[in-house]
Structure formats: C-alpha cells, structure tokens
Design a protein around this ligand. Structure first.
Ligand code: GUN
Ligand code: FE
Length: 415
C-alpha cells in the first residue's frame, strides 16, 4: 500500500473537475484504491509520502504524434501542409531506412515524451518496418501504453518515400505479426492520409483489419486542401470518412481521426457510429494547416475527443501546452463563428487526460480502480496569489515546462 498526500486534481467528466486541497491518494499494486480529503482511520499506521503544496494529477495521453519528425521541431513553420511535407518532412522520414538512425532518434523521443508527462500515446512511424520496430521496442521497454503504426503510402509521394501496394501490405502484416505479443506497444494500421493511399491499398488494409482485429489511425479532413484532394482521388467519393468505411477500415476499434477540422455531416455520423476519436492538434493546425477544430461542438455531439502534439507540425511535446492552445483557439473560433462555442479549462484538461486515456483501460483519471499513472507538479505556487489546486494546474498548462514535473508514476512505480 502506498499513500500520497498533496493537492489533487482530476476529471470525472468534461464538466466535472475534482480538486482536493491537501488530500490523499491510496494506491495498492499500482491501482488507485481511493482518493480522500481526510485519511480513513484504517490507514492511520501507514507511511504517507507528503508532497506538500505540489499537485498530483493523472498523466497525459498524446493521440497523434509523428516520432520520426522529432528532429524537425520548430522549423519550416511558415509553410503550409503540402509544401511542408515535401520540403522538410518526407526527406527526414526517408532517413529511417537506416534503423541506426531510428535508434538515435526514437530512444530520446520516448525519454522526452515521458519527461513531459505523456504515458499513453498513438504514434506514427515511417514506411520502414525495421525502424518502426525500433520504436516499438523503445516503448515496450519503458512500458508505455501505445498504439504504433508502420505508415502506408503508395501514391503521390516522392520516389524516395513510396511503396508498391503489395509490398506495403506484406510489410504491414509482418509488422503486425512481429508485435502481436507486445504487452504495451500495440500495432495499429496507419495509412498516411487519403491523398497518398490508393483505394486498392486501403481495401487490402481493410482485410488486415478484419484478419487481425486491428484499428486505424490516420489524418481526416485535416485541411481544406486535403478534404478536396481526397474527393478528387477517389471516384464517387462524398467525404473522407466514407473512403475508410468503403475500404472496411471502420469496423475494428479504435479509429483515430487526427485533426478532423472540416467534417461534413456524413463524416460526423460515421465517426460517431464507429465510436472513433477526433484528435485535436492545436499548435499543429496553427502552424501548417490553418484551421481550428470545433472542439466544443464535437463534445456536445458526444463524439470522443483527444489531443495530439502532432510533432513536428506541432512544436511542443508536452500535451499540457496543447490544453492552453486549445482554449485559446476555441475563443478565436467563437469570435469568427459565433455558434461555435468556447471550451473551458476543465473541458480541455478532461480531453488531455480522461478523454484521450479512454483508448486504454482505466487510465487518465485518479478515480478508484484507475491505474496510478500520475504526475506531481512542483514550483507553481507563488507568494502573491495563493492559487487553488485547479489554478496551479492551469498555470502549469500556460507557463510550465518539464521542470515542473517533479515525480512521474507509471502503474504505481516511480520512473
Ligand atoms: N498529413 C499527411 N502527413 C502528415 C504529417 O506528417 N503531418 C501532418 N500534420 N499532416 C499530415
Ligand atoms: Fe499528423
């Protein structure tokens, strides 16, 4: 039994942010037994680890991040999606043909992910099997709950980063088989996005989805250009989600729709029907995409929402920075589209923790029965204001860095 004392903040639902001043979390075998304002008498003789004014919160989930793009953070941010892909992103991804290069990047990437409080993630690799297996290994060793994809792209891609359709499918099947026994890092189908995938490729991926009961991550209606391009590429196509439905790619969970900025009614209906997750990547959409997700509307429709850092279209690896960005963006969206409501800090915190965490079993909250995947935030109080626990967390999301994360617990074990 481990008992921790400190300020405590976690979400029960989008509108229910719980805060306890100097409360207790009781953890047994890595699982939360209870959260209490006053420690129950039966625990009176147990040792308590006291974090003082520091804040205990659940760890974050990043539902859309490109690990291979880690070296490109914070550059070429004046370009838009298609130019950015062709001048900076594709040339970098081509380097992962060499698994040694993958090793140099992927281990520091995983270390920095964890250092910034992300303990659950959906991750793109590249088209290269060996390199993506290196990424799998780095995550599996750390015990990070993750979905990882070897990327598929068989058209409208540069010669140095393209696959032949059948080879792409064979390599994907090898990738699935090799990682089928992993405990933490699970394979996921990862067609890059509609413009770089033939319908033949998507249908064959649909067959793999059925054969291995495996879900999909991709970019959906991510920009006006992409949404139009998708319709042009697929004959008779009404919308992005319809392509995946027709290919049999919505039948096996999870379905992870990154960006999801310009959905039509049919896109919305199909995502809801397959219980998919819309992933807002706030900074990424500011940098290379120039669009804002209707986050509040999606929550109101009962669609699942998570956040993604989308490195390196997004610059920051810490999902806490995206909580702040998402609130800012929703105000801007509301300014230009008054029916598109703002979101609250509580909603954004929910999305980053319990919302995104819903892809895994019992992570993303500090409620009873959840895994103690938690962070302890330090150094946020000041002598002028005496902030409440919730305010300390909000300040962390706006001003904090990894230096404010003093302790990290993964299934009850300190990392
Ligand atoms: N669409 C297709 N590929 C990418 C990518 O690497 N990043 C982003 N943000 N969008 C994409
Ligand atoms: Fe992306």
């Amino acid at each position: 039994m481990n008992i921790y004392r400190g300020n405590i903040v976690y979400s029960k639902s989008p509108n229910e942010l719980v805060e306890l001043k100097r409360g207790y979390v009781v953890v047994k075998d890595g699982i939360i037994f209870g959260v209490y304002a006053i420690l129950p008498h039966r625990y009176a003789n147990f040792k308590v680890t006291d974090f003082g004014e520091d804040v205990i919160i659940p760890a974050f989930s990043d539902l859309h991040v490109h690990a291979p793009q880690y070296p490109n953070r914070g550059i070429a941010m004046d370009l838009l999606l298609n130019d950015w892909l062709h001048t900076y992103t594709f040339p970098l991804e081509a380097k992962y043909k060499d698994p040694k290069f993958a090793k140099e990047v992927y281990y520091p990437f995983v270390r920095d992910l964890v250092k910034n409080g992300t303990l659950h993630a959906c991750i793109y690799g590249t088209i290269h099997n060996d390199a993506t297996n290196v990424l799998m290994q780095a995550l599996e060793r750390k015990g990070i709950c993750s979905f990882v994809g070897k990327v598929n792209m068989d058209k409208d891609s540069p010669d140095y980063l393209i696959e032949e359709t059948n080879e792409s499918i064979e390599e994907t099947e090898k990738f699935i088989k090799k990682n089928s026994k992993n405990i933490f890092a699970k394979p996921l189908l990862t067609p890059r996005f509609a413009p770089t995938c033939s319908f033949d490729l998507l249908k064959k991926l649909g067959k793999l989805s059925a054969k291995y009961d495996i879900g999909v991550q991709t970019h959906i209606v991510e920009s006006k250009w992409e949404a139009e391009e998708a319709k042009k590429c697929f004959e008779g196509c009404r919308c992005d989600m319809q392509i995946y439905k027709d290919a049999g790619l919505l039948d096996h969970a999870p379905f992870i729709a990154a960006h999801y900025i310009y959905p039509c009614q049919e896109d919305l209906d199909l995502l809801k029907e397959c219980n998919g997750v819309a992933v807002q990547c706030p900074d990424s959409t500011l940098n290379v995409i120039a669009g804002i997700m209707s986050t509040g509307k999606l929550l109101d429709m009962g669609i699942r929402v998570g956040f993604g850092s989308d490195l390196s279209a997004g610059s920051y690896i810490g999902i806490y920075t995206q909580i702040a960005s998402s609130v800012r963006l929703s105000k801007l969206k509301n300014l230009y589209e008054p029916d598109n409501r703002q979101i609250t800090f509580a909603e954004a915190f929910y999305i980053a923790t319990k919302g995104g965490g819903s892809l895994w079993e019992k992570v993303g909250s500090l409620e009873q029965g959840y895994f103690f995947d938690a962070l302890v935030l330090h150094g946020l109080q000041d002598k002028f204001t005496n902030l409440s626990p919730k305010e300390l967390v909000e300040r962390f999301c706006y001003l904090g860095t990894s230096k404010n994360i003093a302790h990290i617990y993964l299934r009850g074990k300190e990392l």
